[in-house]
Design a protein around this ligand. Sequence first.
Ligand SMILES: Cc1cc2nc3c(=O)[nH]c(=O)nc-3n(C[C@H](O)[C@H](O)[C@H](O)COP(=O)(O)O)c2cc1C
Length: 340
Amino acid sequence: MKSESQLAFDSKLGSDLVVPLDRRLSVAPMMDWTDRHCRFFLRLFSPRVLLYTEMIVANAILRGDRDYLLGFDPAEHPVALQLGGSDPAMLAEAAAIGEQFGYVEVNLNVGCPSDRVQSATFGACLMARPRLVADCVRAMRTSVRVPVTVKTRIGIDDRDDYGFLREFIDEVAAAGCGVFIIHARKAVLRGLSPKENREVPPLNYERAWQVKRDYPQLTIVVNGGLRTVPQVVDQWQHVDGTMLGREAYHNPYVLSALHRVAYDDDFHAPDPAAVVARMQDYASRQVAQGVPLRAITRHMLGMFNGRAGARNWRRTLSEGVNRGATSPALLSEALRALNG
Ligand SMILES: Cc1cc2nc3c(=O)[nH]c(=O)nc-3n(C[C@H](O)[C@H](O)[C@H](O)COP(=O)(O)O)c2cc1C
């Protein structure tokens, strides 16, 4: 537990005090997508991009199979854990367990609009309960040393004026959250599916930039609709960092291009054959522990999107696992099909 004075000290400087992380580039938490196998794969495209887990419900961590839910390969680092929940005590306990597993940050989901999540009172509907979110942040910060961050939207339903977002940021920042990831569109809690909620409400980056102008001491990361290097570089003029979701998943080479711009002029995107060899080796270890080959190859289907032979690659992988292939040599076979 941190002392009160330590907490006050930390909260003045932001919770990045303990572990400074570079947040210019991150990959979004995506349920069913950014599992450990996906993260191992994405890590090959940038040694520094900050990766997030899928949202994991705090209660599941307290009651479920922790190794299954939280285990990951050290090669994935740096990895942040995203939690779902709204019970401060449960979140604090789940955060502490996550920290023991080695996650470098604990993030609270205040952006997911699904019905299932709303009925459990967490996700985006928590934007209407800033005091509760503040309590959650406070409780988590007393139980971990790593940064506690919040991922949010710019509003919900008809509460999408800047004043609403400001009140939320005010309250939660006062609880010691120094880093906000802002998905720059509002969530419509009734009437739109989660998928539509990532496409229909218009993007409004200006809102996130305004937060950065009004709270220069906070670290602000923008998320939503970013697909190209120039788009991302432009965001860095206004905010501290960027988070990519779907584009990183479907086109992981964008991470290499961004890594080069952000961190290392001399960085070269990994050779496809080297990526496939690393993944084949990884898959051999995982399959030996009972993981289905498909759980790994499914994340790799987009690797060659836009390049000649991409369809052969996808088809060889999909047909292979559909006919029950278990040998990771399927990956080499798919690479030959790509080039063939
Ligand atoms: C399949 C999928 C699952 C998602 N699951 C989560 C989640 O678990 N937690 C979360 O905060 N956001 C989740 N999101 C939203 C993303 O984190 C991100 O905010 C959104 O996709 C917008 O970014 P993008 O336009 O770069 O994809 C998910 C998005 C997708 C596509």
